[in-house]
Design a protein around this ligand. Structure first.
Ligand code: BJW
Length: 237
């Protein structure tokens, strides 16, 4: 890799935060054995058994409060700060570790765990406490509709227009720590390829869409991401 890229899009997934103690959903070491993501991350699951959905997200919110950004988050923040190219980070993660690590040009396409959304009046507020069925919305006063402000299966991911704009003009697309099993994120590599971008996958193991990438590096994010960022910044030296 010797090209000096001008427009870089980074896509991150649960594997990036795994070494901060927040488990991935699928694949080697996936932590959520008691909760199948497909069974708690849907509007239907929330309608049927909101307490179970709250238990799942309350547990994750409390774990997130303890977690710190790891070397991979810090390396990506360094890339954004030091690289002369435009760098946009799109994360599927609902944790706040990119921000904590210093990344600023960031899209949370699957929402944020540290926010609560009222299904009744659609007000979204910062939220670090547990949520319960009885929790009332501070804006409209209704109870029963407060939910984590995250994107469940069947719901529309956030800021897709801005993401597809960036993909259509990127010359480097890097996918990190994602299994490539959830759309539309899993389709971003094809969009970037169609735009003529160089495409790189950094993951512990081959993702579902591994064959779509021009370059692949396997390993732990805390090792391979800092090394990749050093190599990339070296091309501008
Ligand atoms: C490491 C590591 C280490 C581990 N170092 N690596 C085709 C096109 C479009 C849509 C669809 C389609 N087919 C089906 C759909 C619908 C659906 C979908 O994709 N379903 C699939 C099951 C097939 N998609 C949707 O519904 C999306 N909405 C949508 O498409 O809207 C459009 C629409 C239009 C009209 C009508 C309706 C809709 C929404 C998807 C929302 C996903 N939500 C979740 C939950 C969010 C909140 C939460 O976090 O709880 O998002 S599901 C879950 O999966 C979460 C994640 O962000 C997402 C992706 O997971 P990720 O990050 O890839 O994690 P893992 O665990 O799968 O992978 C981790 C990887 O890291 C592994 O490979 C490990 O090996 C690796 N790893 N340790 C490096 N140390």
């Amino acid at each position: 890799m010797t090209r000096r890229f001008r427009n870089i899009v980074i896509l991150t997934g649960a594997g990036l935060s795994a070494e901060s103690g927040l488990g991935a959903f699928r694949g080697q070491g996936g932590l959520w054995v008691d909760f199948k993501i497909e069974e708690v991350a849907t509007p239907a699951a929330f309608a049927l058994n909101p307490s179970r959905v709250h238990d799942f997200y309350n547990l994750r919110r409390s774990r997130m409060a303890e977690a710190r950004p790891n070397a991979a988050h810090l390396a990506l923040a360094r890339l954004e700060a030091e690289c002369p190219a435009n760098v946009l980070t799109v994360t599927q993660n609902i944790d706040a570790l990119h921000e904590a690590g210093g990344t600023k040009n960031l899209i949370h396409m699957h929402g944020e765990l540290a926010k609560a959304l009222c299904a009744n009046c659609r007000t979204s507020v910062r939220w670090w406490e547990d949520l319960f069925v009885e929790t009332a919305c501070g804006a409209c006063g209704e109870a029963g509709g407060m939910r984590p402000d995250v994107v469940w299966f069947g719901e529309m991911p956030r800021e897709l227009e801005r993401i597809y704009d960036a993909l259509s003009s990127c010359d480097l697309f890097v996918s990190i720590g994602t299994s490539g099993s959830v759309y539309p994120a899993a389709g971003f590599v094809a969009e970037a390829s169609a735009a003529g971008a160089h495409t790189v996958e950094l993951n512990l193991e081959a993702s579902e869409g591994a064959d779509l990438f021009l370059e692949r590096i396997e390993g732990r994010a805390t090792e391979i991401v800092p090394a990749f960022v050093r190599r990339l910044l070296g091309t501008y030296a």
